[in-house]
Design a binder for this molecule. Structure first.
Ligand code: C2E
Ligand code: CA
Ligand code: CA
Length: 855
């Protein structure tokens, strides 16, 4: 998941949730504040309403007292009493005496209006509840009777007064009469302005025993309702006033259900003047109950539903939240991108290009300390990696021991230089250097010493080449690539500024001279010698690879011509190389085309001269190249690896023959096969031999392997293991050309071989006169002391036979007994059972065969 997606899906939701809950919280808080405000408003309204009512009450009481104690009321009530006592006749005759007192009383009413501006009407009722007088603020001087009949004077016309607030409804009228309370109020739900009636019963014992009058003061409730209306935050304020005996005195509510509820439940309401919440048929009501002179005033309003309390505010809060969320998402992604994602991507690019390139530097400013730290860490890692890489590169291109370029680097460098020489028609030379006696040094003084010699020799090459002006170094790197260690004790030098071939010879001579300086190491002194081959471009080669090959061939020539010298590549060498190439190609078909022929040279035992066995010698008649001697094609076969197929073929041929002879009843003879020393490094060879032997009932010892001592490179663990595994198969192992190689006494002791074959050179050296020690004597002594048998090869003369037999040589082989024979010749010999060569004819036979074979 990339960073941006991660931020969007993991981090931003956290912000968003936080912001949303903040928004929600603020909406709730606002709602809370609103409902608190509502509560306090309702409470305040209830208080002021209550205060207002209290004021109405006390002023009405005061007004009633004033009226009741006034002389006008006394006069009126006296006149009325008199009038009541009069008969109908008396009444008719007497002009209405009460009219004046009525007028006076109405005038007093009017004065009361002046003092109490909130009263709208004052009425006087008799004890039966009939209206005696009614004064209206606008309709002063009105008189009413129970029958509604006009009693004269200014009066409200009945038709009009019925519609007026001044007319008491019947219910109120009876309530007034029945009430024992001095004060009560009633709310008249007549059309128009809600009003309040404040009623006072006044007993006047002076005039009427037990008769009462009632003063009713009417006050409009407009101030109160106006007060409620001022507060638009409230949905509407409702009032309910209950009398002491729980009669509803007035109720201002458009909702009868709510009124009914408070009517039923007023007993359980707390009249503490504080706001309370009740739930009535699904809606919450906010009420304040107060007691008012024994009455109970309930002020209530519908509590605003939450979502309704201030939906606009809520929407605003939500919009703000949404905006905040958007901004937060944008800013977070922007900054994450800017501060983290982009710098990291940039860093990744830098690391990649740094890793690819040479230059290791990530010192940049990546916008954040952490990323800079990361860059620094990367730089460390990259530097280490770079070092490791260059180390590996060094290992791949430079020789670890001498520090010189290796074959690979030298080859690439040479290819480049040859290409540029081709373009500029310049000439250059490759010197191929091989130490002459390195194997000897290694074997005699150990590998440690050998390594030392190589390092020292490398140093000498460098010094020699540096002091010459034949290498036009462009820089240190060219110098490093111009001198190489190709393998083991093989070195190469590239000379680039060549005036003529002679100048290359000068360098070679100087190098040989420098090499001759003795090397002293750990108390030992050694002299090193080298053979050098030189090939020149473009004279001797057409390309870089051929240039090395030809220098190598020239070096080989230097070795052949006596070592410790240098040799230029020549036409002669070139021809030899061409011949080698031809042989190489022709060899590929030799086995398939059956071009090989086998010769057999018998060997005899001491004294008896009975044929004990025969050595198989290979002949090749190439269809393309004619007869090629083994000395010429065996080395080529070895260098190409074809020799392994030849060896295997010889093993199976030898086994077939022995098997065949066994079936024919020939006497047992042994067959020797010359196998390549390369098999001593071939781990699968012993297995192959064992498997081949399994197919026959032949005694394994009758198969003899001759391994040329000089060609054995090393007696290391591997070759010794192969030797002993071969020995385990039961075959006979012979060290051929013994005496020419470097097998030490120590090695011979551990070497699992059965026989030594004395090299024919030493046999040839056997002097006619006996008396002083010959090399053959040493070898024979050696073989006998290690319980090994010995063969002498190349025995040509009788005195050699005599000497060797005298010295105790077990087997003899050579032209004296028989030259290599064809299979027919050999089988003829076996057929005639001519196993023992007649000693009288020895010389003659030898000479005859000799001349035959050399033809
Ligand atoms: P070698 O193994 O030392 O073989 C003896 C060589 O001396 C043979 O030469 C043989 O013909 C020659 N010879 C034998 N008796 C006398 C003698 O009395 N006087 C003289 N002057 N020479 C004598 P050839 O057959 O030409 O073989 C030369 C070498 O080629 C062999 O030397 C051996 O190293 C190699 N070779 C021959 N055949 C094979 C083979 O089948 N496999 C391998 N790997 N090498 C072979
Ligand atoms: Ca041999
Ligand atoms: Ca030999």
């Amino acid at each position: 998941m990339n960073l941006r997606v991660l931020v969007l899906t993991r981090i931003i939701p956290v912000f968003v949730l936080a912001l949303l809950s903040l928004g929600l919280g603020s909406v709730l808080l606002m709602n809370d504040a609103v409902s608190q405000k509502q509560t306090s408003l309702v409470t305040a309204l209830a208080r002021s309403f209550s205060a207002q009512l209290q004021q109405f009450h006390s002023t009405a009481q005061a007004g009633a007292e004033l009226l009741a104690r006034s002389t006008e009321f006394s006069a009126y009530s006296s006149a009325r009493e008199r009038h009541m006592r009069m008969s109908a006749e008396q009444l008719r005759g007497n002009a209405p005496e009460t009219d004046d007192t009525e007028k006076d009383l109405l005038a007093l009413f009017n004065r009361v209006f002046d003092g109490y501006p909130h009263f709208d009407q004052i009425q006087l009722l008799d004890s039966a509840g009939a209206t005696l007088l009614a004064a209206d603020r606008e309709w002063l001087g009105t008189r009413h009777t129970d029958s509604g009949r006009d009693t004269g004077g200014p009066a409200i016309p009945m038709s009009a007064s019925t519609n007026r607030t001044g007319m008491l409804p019947d219910a109120l009228r009876s309530a007034v009469i029945n009430s024992k309370q001095p004060f009560f109020v009633e709310y008249a739900l007549q059309q128009g302005t809600p009003s309040m009636f404040l009623v006072y019963r006044r007993t006047n014992p002076q005039h009427w025993e037990g008769e009462h009058h009632y003063f009713i003061f009417t006050s409009k409730l407009t101030p109160v309702t106006n007060l409620a209306a001022q507060h638009s935050e409230l949905d509407g304020v409702n009032f309910l006033l209950l009398s002491a005996n729980d009669q509803p005195l007035f109720g201002a509510s458009e909702n009868a259900d709510l009124v009914a509820y408070f009517m039923q439940n007023h007993g359980s309401l707390t009249t503490d003047g504080d706001a309370h919440i009740v739930n009535v048929s699904g809606q919450s009501l906010l009420y304040v109950a107060t007691s008012l002179s024994g009455n109970k005033l309930i002020t209530f309003t519908r509590q605003r539903p939450r979502n309704d309390i201030n939906s606009q505010l809520s929407i605003l809060a939500l919009i703000v939240t949404a905006l905040a969320v958007t901004v937060c998402v944008f800013l977070t992604t922007f900054f994450i991108n800017r501060l983290v994602a982009l710098p990291i991507r940039q860093l990744a690019r830098d690391v990649r290009s740094t890793a690819d390139g040479e230059n290791v530097s990530l010192k940049k400013d990546y916008a954040a300390v952490e990323i800079n730290q990361l860059a620094a860490t990367f730089e460390k890692v990259l530097t280490a990696e770079h070092e490791a890489r260059s180390q590996i590169q060094n290992m791949a291109y430079f020789d670890a021991l001498t520090g010189l370029a290796n074959r690979r680097l030298f080859a690439t460098y040479l290819a480049r230089i040859v290409a540029s020489a081709q373009r500029s028609n310049a000439s250059l030379a490759v010197m191929f250097i091989d130490l002459d006696n390195f194997k000897f040094i290694n074997d005699s003084y150990g590998h440690h010493f050998g390594d030392r010699v190589l390092v020292e020799f490398a140093e000498r090459i460098k010094n020699t080449v540096r002091t010459s002006d034949l290498v036009s170094f462009l820089g240190e790197s060219d110098a490093a690539q111009s001198i190489a260690r190709l393998a083991g004790d093989e070195f190469a030098v590239l000379l680039t500024s060549l005036e003529d071939n002679f100048s290359a010879a000068v360098v070679a001579e100087r190098l040989l001279e420098n090499a001759r300086e003795p090397i002293v190491f750990e108390g030992q002194v050694v002299h090193i010698e080298a053979s050098i081959g030189i090939a020149v471009f473009p004279d001797d080669a057409s390309g870089p690879q051929q240039l090395i090959q030809h220098a190598d061939a020239a070096m080989y020539h230097a070795k052949v011509s006596g070592k410790n010298t240098y040799c230029f590549f020549s036409q002669d060498i070139s021809n030899k190389l061409a011949r080698q190439r031809n042989i190489q190609q022709a060899l590929r078909h030799a086995l398939l085309e059956d071009e090989f022929e086998l010769l057999f040279q018998p060997y005899v035992n001491r004294g008896e001269h009975r044929i004990i066995g025969a050595e198989i010698l290979l002949r090749w008649n190439s269809k393309l190249l004619g007869a090629i001697p083994p000395q010429e094609f065996i080395p080529v076969a070895e260098s190409t690896g074809i020799i392994k197929e030849i060896d295997a073929w010889l093993v199976s041929k030898a086994l077939e023959l022995l098997n065949h002879w066994g079936h024919k009843g020939y006497p047992d003879i042994n067959l020797s096969i010359n196998i390549s020393a390369a098999e001593m490094r071939n781990l699968s060879f012993p297995g192959f031999v064992a498997a081949s032997l399994k197919g026959y009932t032949i005694e394994p010892r009758r198969i003899e392997f001759e391994i040329t001592e000089t060609k054995l490179v090393d007696y290391d663990e591997r070759s010794l293991d192969i030797f002993s595994r071969l020995k385990d198969t039961g075959v006979t192992l012979i060290l051929d050309d013994f005496g020419k190689g470097f097998t030490s006494l120590n090695q011979l002791k551990d070497l699992p071989v059965h026989r030594l074959k004395i090299d024919q050179d030493y046999v040839a050296e056997i002097a006619t006169k006996s008396g002083h020690l010959q090399i053959v004597d040493v070898i024979l002594l050696l073989s006998h002391s290690y319980q090994l048998s010995a063969t002498a090869e190349g025995v040509e003369q009788l005195h050699q036979v005599a000497y060797l037999e005298e010295a105790g040589c077990d087997y003899l082989q050579g032209f004296y007994f028989s030259a290599p024979l064809s299979l027919e010749q050999l089988t003829a010999l076996l057929d005639t059972r001519q196993l023992v060569l007649p000693s009288g004819e020895q010389q003659a036979s030898a000479d005859a065969v000799h001349t035959a074979s050399s033809k």
